[in-house]
Design a binder for this molecule. Structure first.
Ligand code: DQA
Length: 144
């Protein structure tokens, strides 16, 4: 199975962006970790990051024809984007929402995510390990 891993705005700055909150792993390292973890689970993993809401919407739509599942860290758009949620809903692929930090112990504006109601599951607060757990959950689900 093929899985698309999407990271939203500002995650290109991982490694140097508030490392006490998001850790010291860079985006390149995170993406490599996802590909390697995916391989071990029998998944082929494609990773992309964008700072643009519309580009993320386009990629979610395209996944309908190319992927069997999605891992999405919507970052700041979690808390604002009806458009991204509608895209996830429209494609109907199983999606696991991931956040590096525990959004529930941060500012209250981070406690609500528009994506969560259309996600198969939500993982937050476990850092990069959350992505591996999300891939594992998808691998299990796609096995039937
Ligand atoms: C985040 C949490 C969001 O609230 C924040 O806007 C991010 C990253 C996380 O991975 O912890 O950019 O999604």
């Amino acid at each position: 199975p093929h899985i698309l891993v999407l990271n939203g705005p500002n995650l290109n700055l991982l490694g140097t962006r508030e490392p006490e909150v998001y850790g010291r792993t860079t985006l390149a390292e995170l993406e490599e970790f996802c590909r390697t973890s995916g391989e071990a689970l029998g998944l082929s993993v494609d990773c992309r990051q964008s700072n643009r809401e519309g580009e993320l919407v386009d990629w979610v739509q395209e996944a309908r024809d190319s992927a069997q599942g999605l891992v999405l860290n919507p970052a700041g758009y979690s808390h604002t984007s009806v458009a991204l949620r509608d895209a996830v809903s429209a494609v109907g692929l199983p999606l696991i929402e991931v956040h590096l930090s525990n959004i529930h112990r941060r500012e209250s504006f981070r406690h609500h995510s528009y994506i969560s109601a259309v996600a198969e599951g939500v993982i937050c607060g476990l850092g990069v390990e959350g992505y591996r757990l999300a891939l594992q959950a998808l691998a299990q689900k796609l096995k039937g």
